[in-house]
Design a binder for this molecule. Structure first.
Ligand code: BG6
Ligand code: MG
Length: 219
């Protein structure tokens, strides 16, 4: 997969730009404790990139509790998780941009790449504001308007529409396996961040390693 065709980037947020994956994890851990599902690193990893209600379903299922809660109780559990998450997110400052990401975004902006956000989080506009990064993005995909969660490609196809670019001219940046599958399904260049990811066109161990120079070396 070549990089020279790429004109726009669709960024995931949690765990790619913002150090918020740990906050989602912390808040879901509390829900898991409450419903009696053992919290494992495998469960935590599997929740990355997954929408709020789908995450709750995964937690209930992992403990065999999927039939124990009414829809109303599920909404209460998800709302409690979100309230806890928002309390953690309120503490965010530009210091919480993941290492190397601010300079990568600056590099992209300087070279006139177009940027949009493709996060499953309904809290993404708020998080970007706390990080003082809202101005970098020409659009944010609205996850409430989507029919399918990652790993479905819908969110990345919508990102290409916002960029007004064909998918083959778009690169997606993700820390979640579900996200890499979504980018690949959309026919975009997949850039994975994290040691355990598979199937990405290019993979970096950590956010500090992602530079335009390294992407330009891709043949
Ligand atoms: C994704 C996170 O970006 O957003 C998931 O990786 C999270 O952990 C999902 O569940 C939905 O976020 P929110 O803020 O709408 O509950
Ligand atoms: Mg993520």
């Amino acid at each position: 997969m070549q990089f020279d065709k790429i004109r726009g980037f669709a960024f995931d947020l949690d765990g790619v730009i913002a150090d918020t994956a740990r906050f989602h994890g912390q808040a879901w851990h509390q829900v898991a404790d409450k419903v009696g599902t053992p919290w494992t690193s495998q469960l935590a990893d599997g929740l990355k990139g997954v929408s709020r209600m789908d995450s709750l379903e995964m937690i209930l299922k992992a403990g065999g509790h999927e039939n124990e809660y009414s829809q109303q109780e599920k909404v209460q559990l998800a709302t409690a998780k979100n309230d806890n998450y928002l309390r953690l997110v309120e503490t965010l400052t530009p210091e919480d941009i993941l290492p190397g990401m601010k300079s990568f975004l600056d590099e992209l902006r300087e070279k006139d790449y177009l940027l949009v956000l493709a996060s499953a989080s309904k809290n993404a506009p708020k998080v970007l504001k706390y990080l003082q990064l809202s101005d970098y993005f020409m659009g944010i995909v609205d996850p409430a308007a989507l029919s399918h969660s990652k790993p479905d490609p819908e969110i990345y196809l919508r990102a290409a529409e916002l960029l007004k670019l064909p998918p083959e001219e778009v690169a997606g940046v993700e820390d979640a396996q579900a996200g890499i599958e979504a980018i690949n399904g959309a026919g975009e260049l997949s850039i994975g961040i994290g040691r355990s990811l598979t199937g990405a066109d290019v993979r970096f161990d950590s956010t500090v390693d992602v530079t335009l120079e390294k992407l330009m070396e891709l043949k």
